[in-house]
Ligand binder design. Structure first.
Ligand code: NZQ
Ligand code: ZN
Length: 390
């Protein structure tokens, strides 16, 4: 392990089918006004909203509701949330939903007391809040497994007017104070979103794993997480009500992106950069956007990162490799990945998401490109990857 790093994750987790019981006690640590952010209504249909509101009422909180946080939350909706928080002297922001609601809640928390243009400062210029800026505390009751937003400081926001989707990872002051993870809450997630979440988790691990060549404990942890996810996903797509599989997926999602397996790694994230841009143009679920460009991307990365792709084939996909060249082993690993993606039911092309050849110049121009992982892509390479993925 050759890198230098610090590791600090302050988010407290409550996990399991009884985890919501801990909300009441946690609420004692915060002031009386709670901004409750949630999405387009799934939490009302499945009854989670009623359970959470009952606990908030019992705890004597004044609840300010902010519904309608859309999947892939927009800058316009962020502005609305900031105004609500400013007008109501909010003490705690409670996110009730998936990654979009959690991300959004952190974005509001960072922006409420920001002097000036928070969009420009945090997302366009990628600055951190000033050391003395007040930040509202955020907590999450998670209803969907995938992003890891429940235990990280990431916030992805879309400027819908300009088809520009951009993430900002805040410093650890913005990590949720606590998150409640009840795998039962994920049982009503629609089939396509469950699958998108599964690939999002897989790709988070791959983005961190496919960088560097040193012997690093983080990579062994990544391999274990990928193996667990592959096993659990195969069970969950056949029987979405399998609690054991859904709980393993939920727990793997959290560890896939809570900064642990990035320790000592340079990390990649170019599949996410291209995927975000595909998402801004097609509005497809985040994990589907990643899946649709992955094969073309990793075929390229394999050439530069061959030893790691050989290791991926052997340690994640159990490719024996006897009598095979390194290239053949690595290719067999990618073929196994592709077979698994097909088995899960993931899209393998951007065409399946509604992207067209005419959109490719626009998708390319809104993709943030930087040297990462094993590749140093130029915009024309992004165009080639998108064309191959069509
Ligand atoms: O709108 P609601 O009613 O909440 O419905 C949601 C939404 O339609 C629904 N859903 C969630 N839980 C449900 C449920 N439906 C029924 N029962 C439940 N229990 O599922 C749909 C998708 O939800 P969403 O929150 O959008 O999905 P996800 O968790 O995948 O979050 C995606 C967002 O997270 C960002 C993505 O870019 C995207 O904007 N990401 C955040 C990251 C981070 N913080 O580190 C990293 C990721 O790479 C990702 O970029
Ligand atoms: Zn992701």
């Amino acid at each position: 392990m050759l890198g230098n790093f610090s590791y600090h994750n302050p988010t407290k987790l409550y996990f399991g089918d009884e985890s919501l019981n801990f909300l009441k006690d946690e609420l004692k640590n915060f002031g009386p006004v709670v901004l409750l952010n949630y999405g387009s209504g799934s939490v009302k249909r499945n009854g989670i909203y009623d359970q959470v509101v009952a606990i908030l009422n019992e705890a004597g909180k004044t609840v300010i509701e902010n519904p309608g946080v859309m999947s892939n939350p927009t800058l316009e909706k962020l502005n609305e949330g900031v105004k609500i928080a400013r007008d109501n002297n909010v003490d705690l922001i409670l996110a009730l939903g998936g990654g979009s609601v959690c991300d959004y809640s952190k974005a509001v928390a960072a922006s409420v007391f920001c002097d000036g243009d928070y969009w420009d400062k945090f997302w366009l210029k990628q600055e951190q809040p000033a050391a003395d800026q007040r930040l509202l505390p955020v907590a999450c009751v998670l209803t969907m497994a995938g992003t890891g937003s429940e235990m990280n400081a990431g916030t992805v926001i879309t400027d819908a007017e300009h088809n520009f989707k951009v993430g900002h990872v805040f410093d650890d002051r913005l990590m949720p104070k606590f998150s409640i993870l009840n795998p039962k809450f994920t049982m009503t997630v629609p089939d396509n979103q469950m699958k998108a979440g599964i690939y999002d988790i897989m790709n988070h691990i791959m983005e961190q794993y496919f960088s560097d060549f040193d012997d690093n404990t983080s990579d062994y942890l990544s391999e274990g997480l990928m193996r667990s996810l592959i096993t659990a996903s195969r069970i969950a797509v056949k029987n979405p009500q399998d609690y054991e599989a859904r709980s393993n997926i939920m727990w793997t999602a959290t560890w896939a992106l809570n900064t642990l397996i990035g320790c000592g790694k340079h990390e990649d994230w170019m599949v996410h950069m291209i995927g975000h841009s595909v998402g801004a143009w097609t509005h497809a679920p985040h994990g589907y956007c990643l899946a649709s460009v992955s094969m073309a991307y990793y075929k390229r990365a394999m050439k530069e990162g061959l030893p790691k792709f050989v290791r991926f084939a052997k340690n994640v996909w159990n490719i024996g490799g006897d009598g095979m060249t390194d290239e053949q082993i690595a290719e067999a690993g990618l073929a196994a990945l592709k077979d698994w993606m097909l088995e899960i039911g993931l899209p393998l092309t951007i065409g399946e998401l509604g992207a067209t050849a005419e959109m490719i110049p626009g998708i390319t121009s809104t993709t943030v490109v930087y040297p990462a992982g094993y590749l140093n892509l130029k915009p024309e390479d992004i165009t080639d990857i998108l064309t191959e993925s069509l």
